[in-house]
Write a protein that binds this ligand. Structure first.
Ligand SMILES: Nc1ncnc2c1ncn2[C@@H]1O[C@H](COP(=O)(O)OP(=O)(O)O)[C@@H](O)[C@H]1O
Ligand SMILES: [Mg+2]
Length: 363
């Protein structure tokens, strides 16, 4: 696969091709069957590090190394991996990078929705051929799961719990027998060693289509938490908004920039229902205020400052974005936001112009 420079969003294995190549070249540990890297090197790819020849591997996931080790170790067994967590805790992001590092491709993907049908998990047919020739290998359209089984690869299943339960059931046989029967052809596809599944599911979706216990037993679950500390969340937002900004030709903010710290402060205080110093209780809004939203508030702020301001991001560039992230449900959240502005923001030293900017956009 060649990388075209003008892709809006290259796949992980394209964007980080040189890191992956350097890791593979200097990786002398044993690799499980069909793996492109050893488990150790996969963890280095995710967590970052410096290789013997000096190549710097950028961190992809910021958080506990142990979680990533457990995830990678799981993929080397016959159990599948389920990444579970609140929205915006990097489940999709980690899944993509794991697939890229383990199998060299992250593109075998089933996007789970309530409309996901069995052929997305098993196989379908090219109907023109099916009618003309009857069932044949050539008329069969493999699902990404079937392709992964044949080609010894990892396949990703996004939002597993949104998939209707009868379609989820089709996965049980695949994960337990490692076989996908094709009764129409009297054949089956047996998974090659190196096949595995990385699924993601949202904590908030619990109860939408609860995973059956039979299916859950096939997975090892790794729960991705919200960033543990203020500094960790600042680092994630700094790093990711810089990466996104670069791909949009926007300037990069220096680490721990004041406006990044401000966004993270507001998000963490409203999320936890308490100011960072622990002194004042605040009412949390209805939305989840994820790290992912903090990243987009900062990225949008940089775009505003670049295109419509003097180029330097300031309080007025993040005010509207924060308002939009906090006030999801106009009925309740507008009051929550206004209360937070009056009881916390107004009094806070150095936050005067942010207060004024927020008052202005709140109308
Ligand atoms: N701990 C973290 N480390 C690195 N990036 C993170 C972290 N938490 C959130 N992000 C970023 O947040 C964004 C959203 O993550 P995503 O994978 O879409 O969330 P989810 O699938 O859990 O809803 C990504 O850009 C990701 O890089
Ligand atoms: Mg996701």
């Amino acid at each position: 696969m060649t990388t075209t420079p003008d892709l809006l969003r290259p796949h992980a294995e394209q964007q980080f091709a040189s890191e992956l190549a350097a890791l593979a070249a200097q990786d002398d540990r044993p690799r499980p069957p069909a793996w492109h890297l050893s488990p150790q090197a996969v963890v280095t790819y995710l967590m970052g590090g410096t290789l013997p020849d000096g190549t710097v591997i950028s961190p992809k996931y910021v958080g506990a190394r142990r979680l990533v080790e457990v995830a990678v170790a799981t993929l080397a067994t016959d159990r599948a991996l389920l990444l579970l967590g609140l929205p915006g805790t990097a489940k999709t992001w980690v899944g993509e990078h794991l697939a890229a590092a383990v199998s060299g491709r992250s593109t075998l993907l089933v996007q789970g929705t309530s409309g996901t049908a069995e052929d997305a998990v098993r196989y379908g047919w090219n109907y023109a051929r099916l009618i003309a020739e009857g069932p044949s290998e050539a008329a069969l359209v493999p699902s990404p799961v079937m392709t992964a089984m044949r080609e010894a690869s990892v396949v990703r299943i996004e939002e597993l719990t949104r998939i209707p339960s009868d379609v989820q059931d089709a996965l049980i046989t695949i994960l337990s027998e490692k076989t996908l029967p094709v009764p129409e052809l009297g054949t089956e596809v047996q998974a090659a060693r190196g096949f595995n599944v990385i699924a993601t599911a949202n904590d908030r979706d619990r109860g939408v289509n609860e995973l059956s216990s039979a299916l859950r037993r096939r997975f090892n679950t790794v729960v991705l938490p919200l960033p543990a500390t203020f500094e960790e969340e600042v680092e994630i937002v700094t790093r990711r908004s810089a990466q996104l900004g670069t791909s949009l030709d926007l300037p990069t903010l220096p680490a721990g920039h004041e406006e990044i710290r401000r966004v993270v402060t507001v998000f963490r205080e409203l999320r936890s229902g308490r100011t960072l110093d622990g002194r004042t209780a605040v009412r949390p809004p209805s939305g989840s205020l994820s790290t992912a939203e903090a990243i987009s508030v900062v990225t949008n702020g940089v775009a505003l400052a670049t295109h419509f301001g003097d180029g330097a991001i300031g309080p007025d560039d993040i005010a509207a974005g924060i308002l939009g992230a906090v006030v999801k449900d106009p009925a309740g959240d507008a009051a929550v936001w206004s209360e937070y502005l009056e009881t916390v923001v107004r009094e806070r030293e150095g936050w005067g112009s942010f207060y004024a900017a927020c008052r202005e956009v709140a109308g």
